[in-house]
Design a protein. Structure first.
Length: 234
């Protein structure tokens, strides 16, 4: 099995590759538009911040395939109390939380406008097995273009998406690119901060990156046990 892992920044990429030894030992190879770091069954790239950059980088990475799975991975904000700082969240759904239109009556998702989609769903058997192996919370992960910075915005997101466990900025873009070529997608986030008022002093980025490394160290047996039948479980 070959797996393409897409992170936003090099620190997240290195946290993934560190699960398999010294970061410097990862074999880097260039493809048009991307630099892939190969460790074990994973090709890992840092694709940039935000859904557009993530979608573009994923498309370039997939062109170097074939791949059996794409994983959006990195750190993100967790919704209290279900996803505290330092915990892991694996996506049961990957949601475009702010793709749509504002109206006098409130936000209307893109699907409410009559086009597009705002959810992607990882294979059930896979995200459940990953959650069991890593101790992660299985919940929706919201993709936002603007990180939440107020309690009011956090409450609004939870009201619209009560199954949410975390927010980040890339998952939906990765999922859109993977969907175009029919490759299943997964998203894993290690929680570095609480969703809500921005308090950089309370962020625990180092702890979250360490949790991401630990999680990827547990993934290979899960993926090896993922059968052809499971891959068709949507």
């Amino acid at each position: 099995m070959r797996v393409l892992v897409v992170t936003a920044v090099p620190a997240e990429r290195d946290a993934v590759t560190r699960a398999f030894g010294d970061v410097s030992e990862a074999r880097a190879h260039h493809v048009p538009g991307a630099e892939l770091h190969r460790v074990g069954p994973f090709d890992v790239l840092a694709g940039g911040v935000g859904p557009a950059a993530a979608a573009g980088a994923t498309a370039f990475g997939l062109a170097s395939g074939p791949y059996d799975l794409v994983v959006s991975a990195g750190i993100g904000g967790g919704f209290a109390p279900v996803a505290p700082v330092g915990s892991l969240v694996v996506a049961s759904g990957i949601v475009a939380a702010d793709l749509g239109a504002g109206t006098p009556e409130g936000f209307v998702p893109v699907t409410g406008l009559g086009f597009g989609r705002d959810h992607h769903f990882p294979p059930r058997s896979l995200f459940r097995d990953v959650a069991a192996a890593t101790g992660a919370l299985a919940a929706e992960i919201l993709t936002v273009s603007t990180v939440t910075g107020t309690a009011e915005r956090a409450a609004a997101l939870l009201a619209a998406h009560p199954e949410a466990g975390a927010e980040a900025m890339e998952g939906f873009g990765v999922a859109e690119a993977a969907d175009r070529v029919g490759v299943p997608v997964l998203e894993i986030r290690a929680v570095s901060n609480a969703v809500g008022p921005r308090d950089r002093d309370a962020w625990r980025i180092g702890d979250a990156l360490a949790a991401l490394t630990e999680a990827f160290g547990k993934l290979v047996p899960v993926l090896e046990g993922w059968t052809h039948h499971d891959r068709n479980d949507s």
